[in-house]
Ligand binder design. Structure first.
Ligand code: C5P
Length: 318
């Protein structure tokens, strides 16, 4: 007699799903003109780094959200939170009730240029899709992610990817090389719209701006996995604007350079700075030097090029 295939779990069997999701840095961030919708046209290379939030979605009789972690007090736990909006959007499109209790456990610093809020939204989409056992058309989660924010799609995919449009149109990068980085996390945050507005102001005053490195070279260096080849190619056109709003970051960048980082830059709209190391031991040394420096709240070595949002096996998590 043929073996009986295992019965797929029924909706009632799935009561809770936890998704882990990484932060991102931008290895290249080239900012074009402002579009009619107010966003800037971007050409960026996203790189997922091993600093993670988790989102747990639990069956409930109503939509609810709690935020845990050191910075939880500064994060809204209601409809203003992108994770809340992600659950609502998915439920609306799938035609189901948004009956879910969300718990966001934050390790990614808030308003730090690491796309933590976007990461939480991506994790919520995936967790709720699994909790509600939704069979979505191909690409639907990506479409919802793109509606929610410029960095949400990338958090679903991770590794490294080229982003265009306002950042939400992704194409994967060949190879899966990993790199060692240190994130120097600053006191306080920076508002992303304020940093873009400062860039617009600077460009109006001084239109002759430096251009980002050529994309093919960056992609080849990423594929090769040699940190020293990647180092001279990274750059962020938002950096001067972030430095104008947070001048103390110059000291952080100088500390990382003096400590022997292969390269350093402000991540996205800042204020976190990312430093490229030769290997894991070098990253630990850099982190110690940066943590001892004058301007950094803490410094953490992380792996770059890690996978995007993924469901945690409950057995592995316990
Ligand atoms: O899409 P997201 O919510 O992450 O964007 C936050 C803000 O950053 C936008 O409201 C806009 O002010 C600015 N932004 C931009 N151009 C982009 C991405 C973001 O001007 N491509």
């Amino acid at each position: 007699m043929a073996a009986v295939p295992p019965t797929p779990p029924s909706v009632a069997d799935v009561r809770t799903v936890t998704v882990r999701v990484p932060a991102k840095i931008n290895l290249v961030l080239s900012v074009g003109p402002t579009r009619p919708d107010g966003f800037h046209e971007l050409l960026t290379v996203f790189h997922a780094v091993g600093l993670y939030d988790t989102v747990t979605a639990t069956a409930s009789d109503r939509l609810g959200l709690q935020v845990r972690g050191d910075e939880a007090a500064g994060v809204p736990a209601d409809h203003r939170n992108l994770a809340w909006r992600a659950a609502l959007l998915l439920a609306e499109r799938a035609g189901v009730a948004a009956d879910v209790g969300l718990t966001v456990t934050k390790q990614i610093p808030v308003a730090a240029g690491l796309a933590g809020g976007s990461a939480d939204a991506a994790a919520t989409l995936l967790a709720c899709q699994r909790l509600w056992q939704l069979r979505l058309p191909a690409g639907e989660l990506d479409r919802l992610a793109a509606e929610l924010g410029s960095d949400v799609s990338f958090a679903l995919h991770g590794h490294s990817a080229v982003g265009t449009g306002r950042g939400e149109q992704l194409s994967a990068v060949a190879g899966a090389a990993e790199f060692h980085w240190v994130l120097a996390v600053a006191e306080g945050g920076l508002s992303t719209p304020a940093v873009y507005a400062e860039l617009d102001r600077q460009r109006a005053a001084r239109p002759d701006r430096p251009r980002a490195a050529s994309l093919p070279k960056v992609l080849a260096a990423l594929d090769g996995g040699v940190a020293a080849r990647l180092a001279p190619l990274i750059g962020n056109e938002l950096q001067d604007a972030a430095l104008a709003l947070a001048p103390q970051l110059r000291d952080t960048l100088a500390t990382g350079a003096a400590a022997g980082a292969l390269a350093g830059l402000v991540s996205g709209s800042g204020p976190t700075c990312a430093f490229l190391a030769r290997e894991a031991g070098h990253a630990r040394e850099l982190a110690a030097a940066l943590a001892a420096g004058p301007t950094c709240r803490y410094a953490v070595p992380v792996l770059g090029g890690v996978p995007g949002a993924g469901v945690l096996d409950p057995a592995a998590a316990s």
